[in-house]
Design a binder for this molecule. Structure first.
Ligand SMILES: NC(=O)c1ccc[n+]([C@@H]2O[C@H](COP(=O)([O-])OP(=O)(O)OC[C@H]3O[C@@H](n4cnc5c(N)ncnc54)[C@H](OP(=O)(O)O)[C@@H]3O)[C@@H](O)[C@H]2O)c1
Length: 237
């Protein structure tokens, strides 16, 4: 891979993906809202707030003309904050404000990232547009309910990824769109729930990132539109 873009490079998984890729690829473009670092010869660091379409558009002004990405990896996401947003246990916990916030970051932001970044996907060789989703977004896998906004925001994200794959097949046959489930990974996002997970099932961000990059390397055009686990298995919608 020559050029890659990571959106959400300040996150646990995004940061690991960036670190691992920077060993081999020519230029890594890191996009993040917080912790924008100094550029190096290999790593370009660009501010982005995916809740603002203008910021998404602005961020692309820093990409040299003619640059095409072999991989665009969207690692942003939101489940809870330290303030008033926590996954709903029950219908009574639903609120317009919380639903809007979760959908804004998990669904609308990635959809607009797609809108503005798709023209930057390489066309002359295999290119991958990967989005971190979550297994709880699978409707057929939902056995215990709860987590209304997070689950449904990821379900909707998976539908958007599928739509991208259908529409872009016509203009870029080398582009592959996938949703990826990273496993349960140690991060701020998973912190409040880590005590419910056995240490065998709790991945480090580096481990998850290595597995996800392996899945990405093995993708073929038949996989476009799918939702895949860190192990490469397909997760049904
Ligand atoms: N960890 C898990 O167990 C797990 C399991 C299943 C799926 N996932 C998915 O994996 C993805 C990454 O999660 P993670 O565990 O790495 O979480 P994380 O460390 O909390 O990273 C989340 C990232 O999203 C960024 N972000 C949030 N809102 C943003 C905005 N408006 N503009 C730009 N960036 C924004 C955060 O940036 P700031 O630093 O600026 O806040 C942070 O870099 C998420 O989509 C999550 O749903 C994670």
């Amino acid at each position: 891979m020559k050029n890659v873009a990571i959106i959400g490079s300040s996150g646990a998984i995004g940061n690991s993906i960036s670190k691992i890729l920077s060993r081999d690829v020519e230029t890594v473009y890191n996009f993040s809202r917080s912790g924008v670092k100094e550029d190096t010869k290999k790593e370009k660091n660009i501010f982005i707030d995916i809740e603002k379409e203008e910021s998404i558009i602005d961020s692309l002004k820093y990409i040299p003309e003619e640059t095409k990405f072999d991989l665009i990896f969207v690692a942003t996401g939101f489940l809870h904050n330290n303030d008033d947003i926590f996954p709903e246990k029950s219908i009574k916990d639903l609120s317009e404000e919380k639903l809007k916030k979760v959908f804004h970051i998990n669904t609308i932001g990635p959809a607009l990232i797609g809108k503005h970044f798709i023209p930057y996907l390489a066309k002359t060789n295999k290119s991958v547009f990967a989005f971190l989703s979550a297994k709880v977004g699978s409707i057929s896998d939902n056995k215990i309910g709860g987590w209304y906004s997070y689950r449904s925001s990821k379900t909707a994200l998976n539908q958007i990824i599928k739509n991208f794959s259908i529409e872009i097949k016509r203009s870029n046959q080398n582009a592959i769109f996938v949703g990826l489930q990273p496993g349960t990974v140690k991060s701020n996002l998973s912190k409040p729930f880590q005590k419910n997970v056995s240490s065998n099932n709790m991945f480090s961000p580096d481990y998850s990132a290595e597995k996800l990059l392996k899945v990405i390397n093995n993708l073929s055009s038949d996989d476009s539109g799918k939702f895949l686990s860190w192990s490469g298995e397909e997760i049904q919608p």
